[in-house]
Structure formats: C-alpha cells, structure tokens
Design a protein around this ligand. Structure first.
Ligand code: ASP
Length: 440
C-alpha cells in the first residue's frame, strides 16, 4: 500500500477541537500512516505557543532556581485538551517526570522538546496509533549536527517494523549520549521530511493553517494568488528571501527520492493546496512563480580601473570580509566595478573599518558603502524559457518610478534579484506583482 507522511503544525494541534479535525483528516485516508506533530500553537492571536512557554519555563528556572507558574499554565492547557477529548492519558505523571528532569539540570532543548513529545502522546491516543519517541529515530552527532545517514538507517528499520499507524513528535531527536537536541524553530517540518525519506513514501503532506504558498507576502500585496506548484529550488530561493510556510531545510531529505510535499490546510482540507516538487510538471506554467524580498542590506561598492586584469582582486576583498566574519549575500560586478551586498546588521558600526581594510587590500580608486538597500527576488523556472522577462520586470519598475540600484540574475535563470531603496520596497513588489499576475 502507498504510504504518506502527514505533519500537522501548531495551530492544527492548538486545542481539542482542532485535534479532532486532525484525527478526521488522518483517519479518512488509510495511506496516512506516519503522523508527525508540532506542539500546540496559538488558539487565538494574542495566545502563546507552548514551545515559547517552555523556553520561558527554562529561563525562569535558571534565573530563580525554581519552576515558575508558566509550567503549571502549560500543564493546565494539556489537561484541558485531554479532558475535552476524553482520553485516558496519565498527564500528571508526565508532568511530574518533566518537572523533576528540569530540576535535575536537563537542557534547554529538552525543555523545548516536551511540547512535541506530549502532543505526540495525545495524538497517538486519539488515533489509536503507536507512539514512537523521536529520540529513537532522529539522531544527532557529538558536535550537534544532524546525522542524516545514521538517522535514515535507524528510522527506516523501525518504520518497516510498524504494524499499524505511528505518531512521532516533530522538532527533536537524540544526541549520542541520549540527551535531547532540537532543530531550529519550525523544525517539525524537517522531521516530517526525514521520515518521508526513510519510509520512501509517495507523498509528504504538510498540514498547516493556510491554503498554501502565496505568490507574494499578503502584508504587501492585497490578496495575492496562491502558488499551485513550485519546485524545491524555487522554494529555497523564496524562503531565503523571507517567504515562510515551510522550514527551508525540509527540502534536503525529500530530495533523495524526489518525494513531493503537499502544503494543505487543516481548516480547508478539500482545497488542493501547494505542491512542492523536484521538477516542474506542466509546460504552461507561469513565467514567475513567486516574488519575495527582504530589507536591511548594505552595498559595498568598489571601483578600480582594470580591476578585471588584476589577479586575486575579488578573492582579496572576500578574504577581508571573511576575516571580519561578514557573510556575502550577492556580488554583482561590472568591468571596473564590484558590488558586495551584505546584511547591514553584519556591518553594524564597522563601516569605516571595512572600508579601510578593503582599501589596504586592493587599493581601489573609489569605495563607498551605502545602507538602506532592499532586495527583491522574482523567482520562476519559467523565466529561462521565455524571452523578455527581465525587460518586463524593469519596465514595470520604471513605470512605477522606482530606481533600481542593483541587478543580479542568477546563472540558473531561476531568479532575478534587484536592489531598491528601502522606501521603495513595497511599491516595487506591488509593481512586479501587477505585471506578472494581474496583467495576464
Ligand atoms: N514547536 C516548534 C516551534 O514552535 C517546532 C515546530 O512547530 O515545528 O518552533
């Protein structure tokens, strides 16, 4: 039988009512056999996520030496869920264990992971599936990095043995000594992806609280369209620029077997959602798949005649930045000019230091550092196949009276990145959106 991994995010797990919806979704399709859950998220806008509360508990414990009231608020939330669902789960025993572990110096990651752990215990009881602790399946190395191959072997062997559906908490795994380690925030998405690879499933369904990936940030463009399909690479480009529906690292495990990820909405389950695939499937796809952007960049502009003939010129500049621990985002260049785009926060108050070090290294004719740069990525495999995309993009910006300060087209023809003044950011995104989505 085909198997799917289904992962449910924090909103889907936030209260008993939503958990019932999750159970209906899982049980309506017998191929949904591997379930990954997040910790309960917000029930309403001003509410707190359980994970944030757990970090708070840990923080309070270290400040005051005692378990504070937030711990009991968390316990009350779980108790309410269990009571409403009428489950036979000994939650008091679980909380006693967690309290004692925290008092005996368990780590911050251990504290944070308990939200997913308890959500998993509850979900397994609701579905009558087997509970498998993520620490059995997800393995980290001594140095704290994720051990992909070892995890894959262990998880594969364990999942093959499963007689019925299983529930695995997301977000964490175990260190070689058995201690708990978490991924970065939002990491339950990665757990789902890892298990998808291990069980070699046909589909990884990632259930969240929106209908899918949007072509644009809805805070900038009113009512942007949804993306039906996007590729792993398009997703990486858009996420890097700030689009957040799925943890961007979720792509790596599924890439081994080209497993598609379907973003679905727990609160609108019949909607098809967004498919994230290895390769674009239909020829008629849009030119532009999505638009994303970020503010807060600086441009280090270096000019020197005959720069192109000077061996090691770029390397010397990059070494300066590397030595100062400044990471480079983009590097568009001309014949006698080079721009190095970096995050402004990386420069902070070191602007003149950077200028001096670069001047000493390459003796430029001119060097200038400007702030207030925003980058906008227009992303889509369709751009490689169609002529005139760049000219449409630039014409749209010029019509909107926006000055383009930098242009960088990735060599994959997947992405055109432009830099504009921060003040023009929203206007520019709207202009690009209008050109590619409203006018055709
Ligand atoms: N609960 C964790 C977080 O809030 C992990 C997750 O939901 O994926 O980041």
């Amino acid at each position: 039988m085909f198997t799917k991994v289904v992962k449910f995010g924090g909103t889907s797990m936030a209260n008993a009512e939503n958990i019932r919806k999750v159970a209906d979704i899982v049980l309506s399709d017998p191929s949904r056999r591997i379930v990954v859950v997040s910790a309960p998220g917000k029930r309403y806008k001003a509410d707190e996520k359980i994970t944030d509360m757990l970090y708070q508990v840990f923080h309070d414990l270290h400040l005051s030496g005692a378990i504070g009231k937030v711990f009991y608020q968390i316990e009350a939330r779980y108790k309410e869920i269990i009571a409403e669902l009428g489950l036979n789960v000994d939650i008091e025993r679980e909380f006693k264990k967690i309290k004692s572990a925290l008092e005996h110096n368990k780590s911050k990651d251990y504290a944070a992971s308990r939200g997913e752990y308890l959500a998993g215990v509850i979900m397994a009881a609701v579905l009558d599936f087997d509970f498998i602790d993520a620490s059995e399946l997800i393995k980290f190395r001594e140095d704290g990095t994720f051990d992909a191959e070892y995890t894959n072997d262990v998880a594969k062997a364990r999942l093959e043995k499963a007689k019925k559906g299983v529930v695995v908490p997301g977000f964490y795994g175990a260190m070689p000594d058995g201690g708990i380690r978490t991924f970065s925030r939002g990491g339950s998405d990665i757990t789902g992806s890892i298990l998808s690879r291990a069980a070699n499933v046909m589909l990884y369904e990632n259930w969240t609280d929106v209908d899918g990936f949007l072509t644009c940030d809805p805070k900038i463009v009113e009512n942007p369209r949804l993306i039906d399909e996007l590729t792993y690479r398009e997703l990486r480009e858009l996420s890097y620029m700030g689009a957040a529906v799925l943890h961007p690292d979720s792509i790596f495990p599924v890439r081994y077997n080209d497993i598609p990820i379907n973003i679905k909405n727990t609160f609108n389950p019949s909607y098809k959602g967004t498919m994230i695939v290895a390769r674009q499937s239909h020829k008629s796809a849009r030119t532009v798949t999505g638009i994303a952007g970020k503010k807060g960049f600086s441009n280090i502009f270096v000019e020197k005649s005959m720069m192109n003939n000077e061996l090691g010129f770029v390397r010397k500049i990059l070494s300066v930045l590397e030595n100062m621990n400044i990471s480079v985002e983009h590097m568009p260049s001309g014949i006698d000019t080079l721009s190095v785009i970096v995050e402004s926060t990386a420069l902070q108050d070191r602007v003149s230091q950077v200028k001096e070090a670069i001047s000493a290294a390459v003796n430029p004719d001119h060097i200038e550092i400007t702030n207030d740069l925003a980058l906008i990525a227009t992303v889509g495999h369709g751009m490689a196949k169609r002529k005139g995309t760049a000219s449409r993009l630039f014409a749209a910006l010029s019509k909107a009276d926006i000055n383009i300060k930098m242009i960088d087209q990735g060599s994959s023809e997947l992405n055109i990145i432009i830099g504009v003044e921060t003040a023009d950011f929203e206007k520019a995104i709207n202009a690009i959106y209008k050109e590619f989505y409203v006018h055709n």
